[in-house]
Design a protein. Structure first.
Length: 190
């Protein structure tokens, strides 16, 4: 699976550490045996396959719903908010999407014109706006994107309790390792 050696017709695996860092400039692997390196390569390849599958799902979802990525994220937020018995507001949505209020207004205008959302007066604060996904869009999202996304649950359900703990710990650890929010990348211009 790792593609450590490849035939002339097949591409080298992009996830083999030695192919990405042959001089160990980034990853010190002097203490790693070959079997461990192969297993890590297989994990990285599996993560790459997952990322590719998620990209294909996202592209298919966007094409089916005829919406952009932030539009879909907004609709998902509205579904979850409603399911949680909360009332979504433009401010909550802007915070969730990490976009400005002006961008949020444009996004909401576009979604409302497309018949995907409604805006109304907030029942508890008449100065605020309440957002809701329309029933047709909600049903379309649930029957397409929702059904595909739910398949993640099935994959996790097939694991044992101990396997789920290991996988969750691994994914959280990897997310923490990749978090660039505290990094200061020095970009050097030549």
């Amino acid at each position: 699976m790792t593609g450590a050696s490849s035939t002339p017709e097949e591409s080298p695996c992009l996830f083999v550490v030695e192919a990405n860092d042959p001089e160990s400039r980034i990853i010190d692997r002097s203490e790693m045996d070959q079997e461990s390196m192969q297993q890590i390569g297989e994990i990285m390849a599996a993560l790459g396959a997952l990322r590719d599958a998620e990209d294909r799902l996202s592209e298919a979802s966007l094409a089916y719903m005829k919406l952009g990525q932030n539009d879909m994220r907004a609709l998902h937020f509205l579904i979850v908010t409603a399911n949680s018995k909360k009332i979504a507001t433009p401010g909550m949505l802007a915070t969730h999407l990490k976009i400005s209020t002006a961008s949020t207004t444009k996004l909401l205008d576009r979604l409302e014109r497309g018949g995907h959302i409604t805006r109304s007066i907030h029942p508890e604060d008449r100065r605020a706006v309440a957002l809701a996904i329309t029933p047709d869009t909600h049903e379309a999202a649930m029957q397409t994107v929702g059904r595909q996304q739910a398949k993640r649950f099935h994959a996790a359900a097939r694991l044992t309790s101990q396997e789920r703990e290991v996988v969750a710990r691994f994914i959280n650890d990897m997310a923490n390792e990749l978090d660039v929010s505290t990094e200061r990348w020095a970009i050097q211009q030549h």
